[in-house]
Design a protein around this ligand. Structure first.
Ligand code: FE2
Length: 260
């Protein structure tokens, strides 16, 4: 039988089609292979994480005459602070190379545990730095601090009573914040380094009320610790924080408005 041209092309097309279907698994990636590849590219690479930086232990003047606390109490406290900084660095290093493919569960994953510990270590480091920095005997309250406290609390005495009440009521930190939303100084309590932290708030006076902050010197007498501590607040540092972190910001805003 003589094959005409039309039939010849038709047979060629059928053969090519059959070959293509038969070899499809070899050239078309499977659905699961493609999905796996997508997940691998989107979650498991290390370059999705922020690069860690080395957080340093700050040095403070822990001499005995600077605060109402003894050298031993301050030295022990300093060791705890150094531990927070070390853990902060360790956590950031681990997060920098972690595989996040298991980070899909709110009960437990290594990633979740590290992220929870990250704020605990970071805040634990920074809160101690702020606390140690605002300790020093023999300073007097500056004019900007007085103005703001009287404006917001009615009197210095009212403010002191509220701050001490906060410190006697909480497990972690009593802190006078400048609240950006209300534009006021406001005392808050933190149950832990990373719990009940108010948003949009700048720490101005930081008081550590964990037992380790006073147990060596005062036993469980927290009231005595706080009474003595009021006389050891470094009002020069508090004044500087108000000028640099509160008033300077307002000044910059005003200058911006004037230049418009
Ligand atoms: Fe502490």
């Amino acid at each position: 039988m003589i094959m005409n041209k039309k039939n010849f092309y038709l047979i060629c097309l059928v053969i090519i089609g059959a070959i293509a279907i038969a070899t499809m698994p070899l050239w078309l990636p499977s659905r699961s292979t493609a999905l796996h590849s997508h997940l691998a590219n989107s979650t498991a690479t290390t370059d999705t994480h922020i690069k860690p930086i080395a957080h340093k232990v700050e040095s403070f003047d822990f001499s005995i005459d600077k605060t109402s606390l003894t050298q031993n109490q301050l030295d022990q406290h300093k060791k705890l602070y150094e531990g927070y900084v070390a853990k902060w660095n360790e956590i950031e290093q681990k997060l920098a190379s972690i595989d996040t493919t298991d980070a899909n569960n709110i009960t437990y994953s290594i990633f979740r545990s590290l992220k929870l510990a990250e704020t605990f270590a970071k805040n634990g480091s920074l809160l101690h730095e702020l606390y140690f920095e605002n300790l020093k005997q023999g300073t007097t309250m500056g004019p900007k601090t007085q103005d703001m406290l009287i404006k917001n609390y009615g009197s210095i005495d009212n403010f002191k009573k509220d701050l001490i009440a906060c410190a006697r009521s909480c497990r972690g930190w009593a802190i006078t914040f400048y609240a950006i939303d209300t534009k006021r100084l406001h005392n808050f309590i933190l149950e832990a380094h990373n719990e009940t932290v108010p948003l949009l708030s700048i720490p101005i006076i930081v008081i550590d009320v964990y037992e380790h902050a006073y147990m060596i010197d005062y036993g469980i007498d927290r009231a005595k610790y706080l009474h003595e501590l009021w006389g050891s607040i470094n009002w020069d540092v508090v004044e500087k924080r108000i000028i640099d972190w509160v008033l300077a910001k307002d000044l910059a805003k005003q200058e911006k408005l004037v230049s418009k």
